[in-house]
Ligand binder design. Sequence first.
Ligand SMILES: Cc1cc2nc3c(=O)[nH]c(=O)nc-3n(C[C@H](O)[C@H](O)[C@H](O)COP(=O)(O)O)c2cc1C
Length: 218
Amino acid sequence: MHFEIAQTAQNDIYNLLIGVVAPRPIAWITSHDLEGTLNAAPFSAFNYVCTEPPILAIGVANRPGPGIVGKDTAQNIRQTREFVVNVVSEELAEAMNLCAIDFPPGVNELELAQLETAPSLVVKVPRIKRAPASLECREFSTIEIGRSRIVLGQVVAIHVHDEFIDPAGPYVKAEAIHAIGRMNGKGSYIRTRDAFFQMPRSNYAEWLKTHPAPGKSG
Ligand SMILES: Cc1cc2nc3c(=O)[nH]c(=O)nc-3n(C[C@H](O)[C@H](O)[C@H](O)COP(=O)(O)O)c2cc1C
């Protein structure tokens, strides 16, 4: 099937996009408001976009309905300019899901999910202690597009539980973290346990050993 966006309903565009861009990593974001009330919520419109400087992008839609009402996470980041991205491992999936409930502002989802926090190194916002890895961020820029805010966060500190670090690199033992990813909405996720395979990247010189040199087209 083919869908031209100009002729496609908004809800269908959403369903199609989240099915095509899958699996997605989940940024479980801790933030706080100006009074210091903590907040936690998951966002899968998320990835790192560059490393020099290290920048992450997160898409936070405004709440549905008339007017522009930002989600607590987006409002907190606007006020304090800080947040922490925590990685969701399988064992934390249910706690993460609880944090996705649309609680009213001022509710500390971390308390409800009985999650302990640990102090961050650089920012005031704490990280989730049991999360296998966390990225402390300062807001680099926020772009308002339609009904969403694209938050660009500059990573200012990285935490990885010792058991998931190979100090020789240092490399992250990503296959041991058992992170979960988001699939096409409707409560569907993917596990990364036992899902790894190795495929070394080749280069042109290697390729020429078994192929003729490609001719220029045009
Ligand atoms: C796995 C998962 C991924 C989500 N990804 C997004 C997302 O990328 N953008 C978004 O606006 N909401 C997303 N949500 C919904 C928010 O987590 C939800 O609206 C939450 O209540 C926002 O909380 P807050 O108001 O405390 O920031 C996601 C929910 C789940 C369960």
